[in-house]
Ligand binder design. Sequence first.
Ligand SMILES: Cc1cc2nc3c(=O)[nH]c(=O)nc-3n(C[C@H](O)[C@H](O)[C@H](O)COP(=O)(O)OP(=O)(O)OC[C@H]3O[C@@H](n4cnc5c(N)ncnc54)[C@H](O)[C@@H]3O)c2cc1C
Length: 303
Amino acid sequence: MDMTCVDEVLFSADPDHWRPGDRWLAGGTVLLSYGTDITRGAPMRLLDITEAGWEPTIWHATELEIAATCRIADIFAFTSGSNRPAPHSVLPGLDLFAPCCDSFVASWKIWNVSTIGGNVATALPAGPMTSLLAGLDAQALLIGPGGSRRRLPVAQLVRGEARTDLGEGELIRSFHIPLTSLAQRCAFRRISLTERGRSAALLIGRLLEVDRVRITITASTRRPIIIDLGRATGYDLTPSALHAAIESAVAGDWHDDIHGSPRWREAMTHRLGEEILTELLAADDSTADFRVSGDITMTRSER
Ligand SMILES: Cc1cc2nc3c(=O)[nH]c(=O)nc-3n(C[C@H](O)[C@H](O)[C@H](O)COP(=O)(O)OP(=O)(O)OC[C@H]3O[C@@H](n4cnc5c(N)ncnc54)[C@H](O)[C@@H]3O)c2cc1C
């Protein structure tokens, strides 16, 4: 689509080049299909960051760094199949990447062009990269004009539907996933009203310790909601405590659009949360090599 409001497009990932009316352009699958920026209004100039040359993925001693410009196809290939960098027994959290990529209503264009940073910055409730990163306690590195740098948990960066904490001229440079999160036992559940439809509820759970569970709720809520259960949380590891924790954290603010009514999303969130709790607390982690959730399959890699 032509963006008739735009006068100029230039290649730059330097926040010091930013001026009022500018927008960062990544894969362009939101900007060019809506013909505007749904997060901030019509742009006058686009700063294309796709030539920034950022390495898509880097392993550090304590974290996995993923560049904001990393495409969905790149991260899927990196964490799946024979390219997978570590087996299930070492980093089970890598099993979450493929089902989250599959949770896109993905045409060839979305899969091969859209970026992880663009998905988080768009802040749609059904943003599967937001679900993945928030579910793994990832932080975003934000760079801004004047050399400013700050790190913010992805669960706090996304503040509501098409609303983020990004300031004027701020750019998401990268995401940082702690290796401790990737090393924890995890569970994934997703549901949609239709086959391959947009996510209506997407929950990711992790066994933090033998007596502590964290469940991150997305898609059914306007922003990621994190629920902690078990030791020192005020909630024990039971379904009734889980339901109380969900009601308290969401406080009735269920997402409402054509992809699911608030009451149905609420019911599905409770049901999927209970399934996750049961799965994570089961004594045996080797019950299945794959698990189907709605129309998405989570495959476990070699143990
Ligand atoms: C058919 C179709 C199906 C879709 N299905 C889904 C879906 O199921 N779930 C979903 O969430 N989305 C969906 N989308 C929306 C969109 O494609 C994705 O959100 C995509 O991941 C956006 O990434 P992008 O790189 O193309 O972003 P762009 O279009 O380039 O940018 C989107 C927004 O993010 C900002 N931005 C981009 N990168 C950065 C950065 N590094 N730092 C700061 N701001 C940045 C831009 O300025 C703009 O405001 C769909 C779109 C289409 C056309």
